[in-house]
Design a protein. Structure first.
Length: 411
């Protein structure tokens, strides 16, 4: 039987009623002759609640226990989805990550999937089971501990299962009807795209568009998984939603394909560090070891052998960063005069493969922001994106102004 993977995100399984709706959709695909692997998220709000419990109990938590706790939301939905399908006379059972087992690295809270054995689930399909419901977001480490794949990780579970089982398609059901030129929740002119290239989707996701987890796009690109994003709330046809595909399969596209933002960024500046060989390593190696995901970095001009070093990271990693840097200061490994922390910034980015062949895109972006009176604090660029850090209160204005200026509402 051909296999289909269907993933339902948090809002799509937020209530028993919505689980029933989702199960009905699964039933439609089973009736077409598919063996279906359903990947479920925790009910909307559950994971945030669990993360809140962890932070309240232990601000610099042991990530192994964090995973034990935050992975549990998905277990509930998987069981409920299997029961709902059984009530509809669809043969189904649930699997938690360790039961498959979804083998991952030991990088707790951001583990990577290494292998998904298919024999266990395939044997059940062979016995007449029609739907395998798998708890998303979670896996099992070589040390035998429960791991999680990072926030939004159920998308990655879904694509990894699609690759492992050679699924005909991986459908990501969510609360919007596809991938838009920007988040439709903050820009009402956002336009739904029928297709988007893997490269652009990868950039948008890694720059904050949470509609797909970055790693899921990477996997889909590598294993050539046919990946589609669509709404769990609307009636669907086979052409619904947005197809994430190769660049060659897209007829025309704008120079800028989309605008992404990441709201909870922080900017940290080490004031007056010694400008000597090895100083960047002395700063960033301990940060990496403390699990801080450093994003943008700038080193300023040095005066009298001293310089300021600025970097950005997610706001929820600021405590870890401060702790790691102060420990090295106390140990005498890095000498700096002060640590400035600005937790009120956001990152806004424009993305498009057209930038490879068009000049002037970055300068236009800077002009648009200047015209709105928005100060740019840090800039980074790559071949197909430009990102800036701005004060958080200007984030939505920046997104809307850029969406207008690059005429993204027009195809
Ligand atoms: P799920 O719980 O189904 O995984 P998420 O909340 O993780 O859903 O992702 C869907 C959300 O992503 C949408 O509600 C939307 O606000 C947001 N989003 C951000 N950027 C985009 C974009 N470019 N296109 C579509 N949705 C986007
Ligand atoms: N429940 C997890 C989260 O909220 C994983 C997911 O929904 O994809 O991040
Ligand atoms: Mg998600």
């Amino acid at each position: 039987m051909p296999v289909l993977v269907m993933k339902f995100g948090g809002t799509s399984v937020a209530t028993l009623d919505r689980i029933r709706r989702a199960a009905k959709r699964v039933g439609v695909e089973v009736a077409k002759g598919y063996d279906v692997i359903v990947i479920v998220s925790a009910m909307s709000g559950e994971t945030n609640k669990l993360v809140g419990y962890v932070n309240e109990t232990s601000p610099l938590f042991d990530a192994r226990e964090y995973d034990a706790i935050v992975s549990s939301g998905e277990n509930v939905t998987a069981g409920l989805m299997a029961l709902t399908l059984q009530e509809m006379d669809v043969p189904a059972r649930s699997w938690q990550g360790w039961q498959v087992p979804v083998k991952t690295t030991s990088a707790h809270a951001s583990a990577r999937i290494e292998e998904i054995p298919t024999d266990n689930i395939n044997a059940k399909f062979g016995e007449g089971m029609k739907v395998a419901v798998v708890a998303g977001f979670q896996g099992f480490s070589p040390e035998g501990r429960i791991t999680t794949l990072g926030r939004g990780g159920s998308d990655t579970t879904a694509v990894a299962f699609a690759a492992a089982f050679g699924a005909e398609r991986c459908d990501i059901y969510t609360d919007v009807d596809g991938v838009y030129t920007t988040d439709p929740r903050i820009c009402d002119k956002a336009r739904k795209l029928d297709r988007i290239s893997f490269e652009e989707m990868l950039e948008l996701a890694s720059l904050g568009a949470k509609v797909l987890q970055t790693r899921s796009v990477e996997l889909a690109m590598r294993y050539k998984v046919k990946l589609r994003v669509l709404s769990s709330f609307e009636e669907q046809s086979d052409e619904a939603g947005t197809l994430v595909c190769d660049e060659e399969d897209i007829m025309e596209s704008n120079v800028v394909a989309g605008v992404a933002y990441s709201r909870d960024e922080a900017k940290l500046t080490l004031v007056s560090v010694a400008d000597r060989p090895g100083i960047a390593a002395a700063i960033f190696v301990p940060l990496a070891e403390a699990g801080v995901n450093v994003d943008m970095i700038i080193q300023n001009i040095s005066e009298e052998g001293r310089t300021d070093m600025t970097f950005s990271c997610p706001t929820d990693q600021v405590k870890r960063a401060e702790q790691a840097l102060m420990a090295r200061k106390d140990a005498g490994d890095i000498n700096f005069h002060g640590l400035d922390v600005d937790e009120g910034v956001a990152k806004v980015s424009i993305v498009g493969i057209g930038m490879r062949s068009h000049a002037g895109v970055a300068s236009k972006m800077f002009q648009v922001l200047a015209d709105e009176g928005i100060n740019i604090k840090v800039i980074t660029t790559s071949e197909i994106k430009v990102s800036v850090l701005v004060e958080r209160k200007y984030m939505e204005l920046a997104v809307q102004a850029l969406h207008d200026a690059f005429e993204l509402e027009k195809a």
